[in-house]
Design a protein around this ligand. Structure first.
Ligand code: NAP
Length: 232
């Protein structure tokens, strides 16, 4: 059987880069999405030096044109994407509160963190449906759990609430098609977004890779961290 093909958004650094590495170590051909092609190529080259099958693709998830181009590239080269990891995100807005949040910042967070993933799913789902197989992993956060919702990071939190809702809706729409859609929280991870003190990227990425490699009878429409369910 041909090697499985995965695309990871925001793959040039942080958790996304580690997900690219772990998937490639499991034998995937990985398309490493990066909004800056040069940074993506540098990141991919680092993994290629370890004899991993990784290729950079220029991909800004806020650009409809970029997203469609990435879907076309993957279709032309590999016929289908087996795995889509919606990892790219911005604006962990610790400096804001809902009562006085800059709505332009909220809009920007929604555009990348929610609509970016949504756009990717719309472009990739038809290819997955045609192949009767797919794993979509929406990298979310417990900060988007309504069950534990409190104040702080309003733009980011609302964007992840939306991403969780998208996960549930898509999971319902694809039921029985061979496609599984899940939301994964990586936990607090030491990256540019997470800051110092979080756990290593290796641990944060592991739960994402688990969801990307679920067997056919695996969960669909769930919210997990470290393979364990989280409350919505
Ligand atoms: P990060 O270090 O800040 O990396 C974010 C990545 O997303 C970068 O590659 C960035 O590219 C990319 N990106 C941003 N906007 C983009 C766009 N419009 N198109 C394409 N790529 C874009 O963040 P991280 O900590 O690795 O986070 C990865 C995921 O885990 C996010 O979804 C985040 O919400 C989630 N998460 C993280 C933590 C944590 O503690 N770190 C906790 C819970 C959830 P550039 O290099 O070009 O900026």
């Amino acid at each position: 059987m041909a090697q499985k093909v995965a695309l990871v958004t925001g793959g040039n650094r942080g958790i996304g880069f580690e997900v690219c590495s772990q998937l490639a170590q499991r034998g995937f051909t990985v398309m490493l999405g990066s909004r800056n092609l040069e940074k993506g190529q540098q990141a991919a080259a680092q993994l290629s030096r370890e004899n991993l099958q990784v290729e950079a693709v220029q991909l800004d998830v806020s650009s409809q044109e970029n997203v469609e181009q990435a879907a076309q590239t993957i279709e032309q080269r590999y016929q289908r994407p087996d795995v889509l990891v919606n990892n790219a995100a911005i604006l962990y807005d610790t400096w804001q509160r809902a009562a006085n949040a800059d709505l332009q910042v909220v809009h920007e967070a929604l555009e990348t963190n929610l609509c970016g993933a949504w756009r990717m799913c719309q472009a990739f789902l038809p290819l997955m449906r045609r192949n009767h197989y797919g794993r979509i992993v929406n990298v979310s956060s417990e900060a988007g759990s309504l069950a534990g919702m409190g104040s702080g990071e309003p733009a980011y939190r609302v964007s992840k609430v939306g991403l969780n809702a998208l996960t549930r809706m898509l999971a319902d729409e694809v039921r029985g098609s061979g496609i599984l859609v899940n939301a994964i929280c990586p936990g607090w991870v030491a990256t540019e977004m997470g800051g110092a003190g979080g756990r290593p990227v290796r641990e944060g990425a592991a739960g994402i890779v688990w969801a990307a490699t679920l067997p056919d009878n695996g969960p669909n429409g769930g919210f997990f961290r470290d393979e364990k369910p989280l409350p919505w």
